[in-house]
Design a protein around this ligand. Sequence first.
Ligand code: FMN
Length: 353
Amino acid sequence: MSLVCLADFQAHARERLSKSTWDFIDGGADDCFTRDDNIAAFKRIRLRPRFLRDVSEVDTRTTIQGKEISAPIGIAPTGFHCLTWPDGEMSTARAAQAADICYITSTYASCSFEDIATAAPRGLRWFQLYAQPDRQLNKQLIHRAESLGFKALVITVDVPVAGNRRQDIRNNLDLKTNLLLKDLRSPKERNPTPRLQMTPVDPSICWNDLSWFQSITQLPIILKGILTKEDAELAMKHHVHGIIVSNHGGRQLDEVAASIDALTEVVTAVQGKIEVYLDGGVRTGNDVLKALALGAKCVFIGRPILWGLAYKGEHGVQEVLNILKKEFRTSMTLTGCRSIAEINQNLIQFPRL
Ligand SMILES: Cc1cc2nc3c(=O)[nH]c(=O)nc-3n(C[C@H](O)[C@H](O)[C@H](O)COP(=O)(O)O)c2cc1C
């Protein structure tokens, strides 16, 4: 049976993957309230289409941090792609390059950053950092990413500790025994006997540390995981270049707002001075359109990429991206938008509850 929407890939992955891998990907924190609300919140928003606007040509291209992409859709950072496909992130990177979109590579990618860059040398990639307690290691990781051509540094701020994922605890999930954790140091500095390590994220990191990151890299810095106007204002005060409104796919603090519900507060706070992106619960072209109408410059998808990998590796991810891009084009056409610039808040309404 052919898979025609992202939910089909989800159903296929659930059947195909082992229970512990499926649960690891699918899981949210605690009651999974926010994970599910990320999806439900999109469905509470209604569209207001406009007609008779000559939509014979529709252009989905846009830019992020000055780089052109084929559509405002990118790949959110997720770790351990080798869980779902043997060559993991190398397949993801190739698919992203073919689709001409941005791939945010996780600190906990199961392939080396060098292999990922070699697999898709022309692709637009950003590097996601979980700040490590060892400053030198952070510096090394960032410099490696920079020299491998990654174009932005995405610092994830919503993981001072890992969220409480009940299914992983029940399953006794141990990523170490799956040999998925890698030595984060540069190839030169590793021990002859590979030491698998995943140092915990540094919980002491705070706003004042941003100037240190800015002092060691030329890359634009983007904060991932901001949900409030207070933090959006601090992000601007500390001169970051972008914000990803995200609740980590509902995997960190449960019962926070759905990403799409938090977007307006952040967009209003930044007043167009920096780019705002969104991830969490984006599953259809209409979802992409709604996020853009509310002020996101681009959206990123997490779990659907892993479903695509589980289906057919690189080609599965390509299919997921092509379906979402095609749906988004249709959403634009049916609402009368010929270009990204024509997408605005008039396209949506929030029904009275
Ligand atoms: C299996 C899995 C692993 C993830 N790993 C990371 C990670 O390494 N770094 C990070 O910043 N976010 C990570 N995330 C969060 C995603 O970047 C993103 O915020 C979330 O998946 C978006 O929601 P969606 O899955 O509904 O699209 C992970 C999410 C999942 C599901």
